[in-house]
Design a binder for this molecule. Structure first.
Ligand code: G
Ligand code: G
Ligand code: MN
Ligand code: NA
Length: 250
């Protein structure tokens, strides 16, 4: 496909950039971290969504090059901000984790940027954790260095919940589908509360994704919930806005 060939060019040129969406800590009333989200301005087609081009990149080792680019740029951008405690989360594709290159790529990005490992979060999807081989060992190594591991889109995949226990993870990002109808449907609300409870009782931080309405926010507050991300609080923003427009900080 032509789009895939164009993507290789995009990496060399200046067509890729990152935007950053705040994750807000309701207890401390401030932004705890930002999630780096990749954007591609195609010279002919204009903006192309990562939902479209990441799967193309995943068909080849191009995804590893892209992942390395994102790690390098996101850590450098956040290290340069006047916010010494702000974390940054980077989405890592399954293929990049499985390639075996992730540990070296993360260490290189931390080294080049000077960002402390404790400020970096790697977002992986739950299926990656079911792998045999080096994946779990690599994630364990990164965690020992202080990097945090988050399970993205939690609850949309797979399998049993039992896999959560004993795996090298720190954060659950609850998929926004768990917010559907929580305001009106007591069963949906109970399901959402159960997921939050499960995470916290396992000692994990839980981030609720996709908070769009004041009613959802109030419900989460009433449940005593702490970390949220969503258009209601902040849209993904460019690196310049990060300096001055973070909820509770800028
Ligand atoms: O930001 P947006 O909603 O357009 O993202 C769409 C999808 O693309 C999401 O699943 C998101 O996790 C993924 N995505 C965004 N940025 C990156 C990235 O830098 N690397 C990877 N692997 N996926 C990304
Ligand atoms: O798969 P992942 O969780 O990485 O995807 C993150 C994507 O979710 C980002 O591309 C971001 O644009 C999108 N997103 C963030 N907040 C909201 C929200 O409140 N509503 C919706 N519909 N999408 C959101
Ligand atoms: Mn994510
Ligand atoms: Na997600």
């Amino acid at each position: 496909e032509t789009l895939r060939a164009d993507l290789a060019d995009a990496l060399c040129g200046d067509q890729l950039h990152l935007v950053y969406q705040p994750v807000v800590d309701l207890a401390l009333r401030r932004t705890a971290s930002v999630e780096a989200l990749l954007r591609w301005r195609h010279p002919v087609y204009g903006p192309v969504s990562p939902a479209e081009f990441i799967p193309l990149a995943e068909e080849s080792s191009l995804i590893t090059d892209i992942g390395r680019w994102v790690l390098t740029h996101a850590t450098a951008a956040v290290a340069a901000l006047p916010h010494p405690d702000l974390g940054v989360a980077v989405n890592v594709s399954a293929r990049h984790v499985r390639s075996g290159a992730l540990v070296d790529d993360v260490l290189a990005a931390l080294d080049a940027s000077g960002l402390p490992a404790s400020r970096l979060v790697l977002e992986i999807t739950e299926s990656v954790l079911l792998d045999d081989g080096h994946v779990v060992a690599d994630l364990q190594l990164l965690r020992r260095l202080g990097v945090r591991i988050a399970v993205d889109d939690f609850g949309t995949g797979w399998s049993s919940l039992a896999y959560l226990v004993g795996l090298p993870i720190d954060v659950l990002k609850m998929d926004r589908q768990f917010l559907a109808d929580v305001e009106t449907d007591p069963q949906r609300r109970a399901l959402c509360a159960s997921v939050l409870h499960l995470g916290s009782s396992l000692g994990l931080a839980v981030v609720v994704e996709g908070v769009e309405t004041q009613a959802e926010l109030q419900l989460l507050r009433d449940m005593g919930h702490r970390f949220i991300q969503g258009f209601l609080l902040a849209r993904p923003m460019d690196v310049v806005a990060l300096e001055t427009q973070l909820p509770g900080i800028g």
